[in-house]
Ligand binder design. Structure first.
Ligand code: NAP
Length: 252
C-alpha cells in the first residue's frame, strides 16, 4: 500500500521506523515544517501544508495514496479535520493514532482550562514564576499577563515580537526525565506549571515532578480533534492497515 503518515510526533517517527522495514508498504511522512531541523527519518519525507482539505485531497490523488495514518499531536486539530474530510471525499481509509490523555492522580493540583488564553487569565494578578510547557507559537498569548516571570521551553527559538516582557526561553528537545524536570522546576523557583495534556511518556516527567513538589498545574484541555479509525499505538496502526489491505480491492 502507498501510505501517507501525517506526523510531527514521537508516534509518527516510531511508525516511520516500523514501516521502513516493512516491504508491504511504501510510506511518505508529512511534516508541517514547524521545526527548523526535524529529526532525520528513515522514509521519504515531505514538508509543508497541503492547502486545506481540498489541497490534501488533490495531493492524495496525485500520489495514488491507498491509506492515510494521522499520527499528529492531540492539539493539532486542523490537520486532522482536513484529513477526515479529504479521506471521506476520496473513500481513502484513515487510521488515527490517538494518544491517551494523562489522568489526574491523588496529589495532583490541576486546574483544567479551555485554551491558552484562559490559561493566561487564571494565573491571576499576583506575579508568579510560571513554567510554560507549550509550543513556541503560543507564547505571545501570555503577553496579556505580563506581570509574571515565565520560563518556556521549545525546540526552536520563538519569534521575538509580541512576547511577554519577562520571559526566558530554554531551547531543548524532549524526552525529558524526572531528574531534568526536578532540576528545572527547583532551580528556576517555579511556582506554577502550564501544560497541554499531551499524553505519552516523553513530556510526562514535569507533571510527576509538579505532583512531587505540590505545585499547581494549569492544564489546557484537548481540542475536539476529528479522527478516522482510532488506534492507540504505531503497531496497532500497522495491524489495522493489514486488515484494510485484506478488505481493499487493491489489497496486498
Ligand atoms: P494544526 O493547527 O492542526 O494545522 C494547521 C495547518 O498546518 C494545517 O491546516 C496544515 O496546513 C498544516 N499541517 C499541520 N500538520 C501537518 C503535517 N503533519 N503535514 C503537513 N501539513 C501540516 O497543526 P499544529 O497544531 O500547528 O501542529 C503542526 C504540526 O506540529 C503537526 O504535525 C503536529 O503533529 C506537530 N505538533 C503540534 C503540537 C501542538 O501542540 N499543536 C505539539 C507537537 C507537535 P494546510 O491546511 O495548508 O495543509
Amino acid at each position: 500500500m502507498r501510505l501517507l503518515i501525517l506526523g510531527g510526533t514521537t508516534e509518527a517517527s516510531a511508525l516511520a521506523r516500523l514501516l521502513s522495514n516493512d516491504a508491504r508498504h511504501e510510506a511518505i511522512l508529512s511534516l508541517a515544517g514547524r521545526t527548523a531541523n526535524p529529526r532525520a527519518q528513515p522514509i521519504a519525507t515531505r514538508v509543508g501544508g497541503f492547502g486545506g482539505a481540498a489541497g490534501l485531497a488533490q495531493w492524495l490523488e496525485a500520489e495514488r495514496i491507498d491509506a492515510v495514518i494521522d499520527a499528529t499531536h492531540p492539539y493539532a486539530d486542523q490537520i486532522s479535520r482536513n484529513a477526515v474530510e479529504a479521506c471521506a471525499q476520496l473513500g481513502v481509509p484513515l487510521v488515527s493514532i490517538v494518544r491517551p490523555a494523562w489522568q489526574a492522580e491523588p496529589g495532583d493540583r490541576w486546574q483544567i482550562v479551555a485554551d491558552v488564553n484562559a490559561a493566561a487569565r487564571v494565573l491571576g494578578p499576583t506575579p508568579r514564576r510560571v513554567f510554560l510547557s507549550l509550543g513556541r507559537q503560543e507564547l505571545h498569548l501570555f503577553a496579556a499577563a505580563s506581570q509574571h516571570h515565565y520560563v518556556a521551553r521549545s525546540v526552536d527559538a520563538p519569534d521575538p515580537s509580541g512576547l511577554p516582557p519577562d520571559l526566558v526561553v530554554l531551547q531543548a528537545r524532549g524526552p525529558f526525565d524526572l531528574d531534568a524536570e526536578r532540576t528545572l522546576l527547583r532551580d528556576r523557583n517555579i511556582d506554577i506549571v502550564v501544560s497541554k495534556n499531551s499524553g505519552g511518556d516523553a513530556t510526562y516527567a514535569k507533571i510527576a515532578v509538579a505532583r512531587e513538589f505540590g505545585l499547581p498545574v494549569v492544564m489546557i484541555a484537548r481540542p475536539d480533534k476529528p479522527a478516522g479509525d482510532v488506534v492507540t499505538s504505531p503497531q496497532d496502526a500497522i495491524d489495522r492497515l493489514a486488515q484494510i489491505g485484506l478488505r481493499s480491492p487493491r489489497g496486498v
